[in-house]
Ligand binder design. Sequence first.
Ligand code: IMP
Ligand code: MG
Length: 174
Amino acid sequence: MPSPKLRVLIPEQQIQRRIREIAAQIDADYPEGQLYVVGILKGACIFLSDLVRALNRQARIDFIGTASYGRGKTSSGEVKLTRDLDSTIENADVLIVEDIVDSGVTLTYLKHVLEQRKPRSVRIAALLDKPSRRLRPVEVDYVGFQIPDEFVVGYGLDYAEDYRNLRDVCVLES
Ligand code: IMP
Ligand code: MG
């Protein structure tokens, strides 16, 4: 089997610059107070780590786990919770942090689940967006980069659990 090739799509410096812009936007948009930042495991963990440190406000960090029933490079359209939050989010300003919005199935499901817990607000920040793949309309409040329909890895994103620790976002070419 030939080994997969990686092509840099978004270099590290560009990611870091964009994260500072998004953090400034978030700081400007929210009134003073604490933000409850919810990362979707595992892909969002690196984006979340950089984003929260770029914010100029108090933030709590929690994680939620989802799995789609599909395997490989496409999701099946069904989602389940595999890990829940540690705390209540009642009356909290919740910011869901995701690595990439693809079909929109994961975020549509999660937003619905979290909204039922009576938070003050729920917004979404996603590093990457593949709008051409959308099956469910989902409002993403903060988007890092829109990308074409290519499978990407790095900066948290994996293919079969590999490549998450790459500093750049790369296209995985087989
Ligand atoms: P959605 O529910 O189809 O929007 O899927 C979102 C999830 O699919 C993301 O959280 C990723 O885990 C995964 N995903 C979608 N596209 C890619 C990709 O290009 N590379 C790696 N993971 C991806
Ligand atoms: Mg994910």
